[in-house]
Design a protein around this ligand. Structure first.
Ligand SMILES: [Mg+2]
Length: 120
């Protein structure tokens, strides 16, 4: 995981940032225990797996599915959770601090024009 300190000016949500780092660490450790770190890391494969979870979320919405594994979740909730898990796993593997990166990007986005100058 990347180094980060409370003095970092780009991070404006300290509690949320620690929570995100803790999630990424827990996911990384779980995936390692489950054998997902065996073999050669493939960035394209990791991106494709995130995309596959987004596609599953779309299908869950189209078919109004409920979760197969977690009765309290809708299918969309389950699949978006999978997206989040796979994204944080990728960030942990690449030593990317997603909270800090998001803070920097949002600081930029707040300077952009309405709809970022696009139709939608
Ligand atoms: Mg899934």
């Amino acid at each position: 995981m990347s180094e980060w300190t409370l003095d970092d000016p780009v991070v404006d949500d300290t509690l949320g940032h620690y929570w995100l780092l803790a999630c990424a660490e827990e996911i990384f450790e779980h995936m390692e225990k489950q054998g997902f770190h065996e073999g050669t890391f493939n960035f394209g494969e990791a991106i494709a797996l995130i995309h596959s979870e987004l596609s599953e979320a779309l299908e869950a919405d189209r078919k109004d599915l409920v979760s197969d594994h977690c009765p309290s979740l809708s299918g969309v909730e389950e699949e978006l959770a999978d997206v989040f898990i796979r994204l944080l796993h990728l960030c942990a593997r690449l030593d990317i601090d997603l909270g800090a990166a998001t803070s920097v990007k949002m600081a930029y986005n707040r300077t952009r024009e309405y709809k970022h100058g696009k139709k939608y």
